[in-house]
Write a protein that binds this ligand. Structure first.
Ligand code: UD1
Ligand code: UDP
Length: 350
């Protein structure tokens, strides 16, 4: 079979690593990189570190408004589908690159394979929620990471080719966690001691695009004394600069550039707590058994909330502080499969 895979954003490169490895054992795969993420530390570094095959097509779309970015991707992906005539088009997650790929293929009657299907926040103000609903509804194969995701699709009357294979991000973590532990020197580089710092990531549009919310988050951080390491997403960096927000009142804060995946795994596994609004980082905190505080009002990863492994706090300063200070004793369960989601997906097409 011939697969055409559309990638564009950081978490998609990470998800593609295990899947491409498995898929290419028996199938042909061509990769389109839309160029949605383009900084070296948001894109190339992952291809290099994770040995992801080099993209066959690079669309170089870059940053733009939702309509312009998605529209330009749609038109260019359509051309490539017409030229390459794939048997399947493969997309991951819920970015604008996901939606563009899915829509282009569905209109040309190329079956869409959606990996990480069925997630819902039930908040249509999130661009990701629109992208995932649209993508799920035009997909032929819906590979879900959890039972919750399967149930979400059932509730929307989608049951055909809806399969819980487990989470491909769990595959990626299991494959790389030892490599990260031995190869990453990031703790020494940043002068960090294991379990003596909190790790922060913030990039979600619902937080960064609302001056009040991003200010509230920073106000909460200013009351946290522990060392805090924050690999800052370029979106957030631009917002903080544009709004002229000061980080000077935040004690013991290390703002660093986005790091590679292996360094990120090492930072996560050695953190005391993880404060994030990222989907992927919430799950990785769970896989690493590091307590997580989620700076959002909803999460798609509801199973991580059990026994306070993850505490959902939104952007309320007092809630953030209470969760960071809370002594939790989570019970971690095996909720995300057996770290062979990619193998199961590939096997489906053998
Ligand atoms: C996108 C996804 C989001 C995902 C995130 C992963 C959509 C709608 N959103 O959000 O679901 O969680 O990727 O990180 O698809 N920028 C750079 N350099 C880059 C990339 C981005 O400077 O390499 C800056 C630009 O100012 C850009 C902004 O970040 O405007 C936002 O980038 P964009 O890809 O539109 O959205 P993300 O916030 O990255
Ligand atoms: N990540 C990384 N370096 C960083 C921040 C995140 O490698 O500086 C990884 C992280 O480990 C996870 C993925 O990027 O695998 C999550 O991506 P992101 O938070 O950008 O998007 P989301 O998962 O929210 O869509």
């Amino acid at each position: 079979m011939k697969f055409l895979t559309v990638l564009g954003a950081r978490p998609q490169f990470i998800k593609a690593a295990p899947v491409s490895r498995e898929l290419r054992k028996n199938h042909e795969e061509l990769i389109i990189h839309t160029g949605q993420h383009y900084d070296k530390n948001m894109s190339d570094i992952f291809f290099e570190e994770l040995h992801i095959p080099k993209p066959d097509f690079h669309l170089g779309i870059g940053s733009a408004s939702h309509g312009k970015q998605t529209g330009e991707m749609l038109s260019k992906i359509e051309e490539i589908i017409l030229q390459e005539k794939p048997d399947y088009l493969l997309v991951y997650g819920d970015t604008n690159s996901t939606l563009a790929g899915a829509l282009a293929a569905a209109k040309l009657h190329v079956p869409v394979v959606h990996i990480e299907a069925g997630l819902r926040s039930f908040n249509k103000k999130m661009p990701e929620e629109i992208n995932r609903i649209m993508t799920d509804h035009v997909s032929e194969y819906l590979f879900c990471p959890t039972d919750t995701a399967v149930n979400n699709l059932t509730d929307e009357n989608m049951t055909h080719n809806v399969i819980n294979v487990g989470d491909v991000m769990y595959d990626a973590v299991e494959y790389n966690r030892q490599i990260a532990e031995s190869n990453s020197n990031i703790l020494d580089t940043f002068g960090l001691n294991s379990k003596e710092y909190h790790l922060i990531t913030v990039h979600r549009a619902e937080n960064t695009d609302d001056p009040e919310k991003i200010s509230d988050i920073l106000a909460a951080f200013s009351k946290i004394e522990e060392v805090k390491v924050w690999p800052m997403h370029p979106r957030t960096k631009h917002v903080i600069e544009r709004l002229n927000l000061s980080l000077d009142s935040i004690p013991n804060l290390m703002i660093v550039e986005p790091v590679g995946y292996l360094d990120m795994l090492k930072l996560e596994s050695n953190a005391k707590k993880i404060l994030t609004d990222s989907g992927g980082v919430q799950k990785e905190a769970y896989f690493m058994e590091v307590p997580c505080v989620t700076l959002r009002e909803q999460t798609e990863w509801v199973e991580t909330l059990d026994s306070e492994a993850n505490i959902l706090v939104g952007t309320d300063k007092e809630k953030i502080l209470a969760a960071v200070r809370k002594d939790v004793s989570p019970v971690y369960k095996n909720l995300f499969g057996d770290a062979n989601a990619a193998g199961k997906i590939a096997k489906h097409f053998n």
